[in-house]
Design a binder for this molecule. Sequence first.
Ligand SMILES: Nc1ncnc2c1ncn2[C@@H]1O[C@H](COP(=O)(O)OP(=O)(O)O)[C@@H](O)[C@H]1O
Ligand SMILES: [Mg+2]
Length: 274
Amino acid sequence: MIEVEDVYFRYPNGVEALKGVSLTIKNGEFVAIMGQNGAGKTTLVKHFNGLLKPTKGRVLVDEAETTKVSVATLARKVGFVFQNPDHQLFCETAEEEIAFALKNFGFKETIIKRRVQWALNLLGLTQYKKISPFMLSGGERKRVALASVLAWNPKILILDEPTIGQDYQQKEKLRQFILQMKTQRKTVIIVTHDVEFVAECNPRVVLMREGKIVADGEAKEILTNEEVLTQASIVPPQIAQIFMQMPSLQLPKNIIDVYEAREILLKMLRSDAK
Ligand SMILES: Nc1ncnc2c1ncn2[C@@H]1O[C@H](COP(=O)(O)OP(=O)(O)O)[C@@H](O)[C@H]1O
Ligand SMILES: [Mg+2]
């Protein structure tokens, strides 16, 4: 679905934000892009909807090179929720905000109504539908931005730091939603610092550092690989830290799932009791 071939990107001020990135993301994959601030994560994903074009190398989205298709065509396929929702909110009410893109894409009025209602409900925003997004909290504005993208049901969904400002319940909803997208064979890419959220979602993890990809693999492997994580200034999930810090118990070191951890500990306790 997305093909990144040896991409370099330099901002007009001379900052080299990407230095030879190659990456393939298949249809239906769920990928978390992680790495410290300034690693180039946002710059990379902005190439996926054509907002940025490589200085060198190529990016293909759904088999078309991003330099050769219109931004409008890409926008229909790729839903992008920015790190800062204020960059994409401009309507008078949350409801109008969500309807805006649907109108632009030429959906029928009845469908727009239904989709807007669905998206408001999904993101717990129904009570704010007549309120200006700018009266809402940061986390709520982020949900309005997300709702406005989900409403048009894009093939590829990119979420830049979606968990910032969200409480546990909202994060859990987001996680459930992403899993649902997965069953619908949608491609979901999240950029995040939130190691606990990633541990719970269990996506493929791509780790970036200084404009390059330094690791790529299953969440279980990457999030428990201390050497690789240190390079990217990421701390392992808490459950993994506990398992790592008790070497004398000879626990497996690649555990990021609380339920799996519980099973292992219970088994150990049972065999001790015998
Ligand atoms: N619009 C811009 N103009 C100039 N430099 C930028 C711009 N946006 C980001 N950068 C720089 O590019 C590098 C990568 O930034 P970014 O992709 O935002 O990283 P991340 O999302 O991983 O925090 C950083 O050094 C950042 O300062
Ligand atoms: Mg960023």
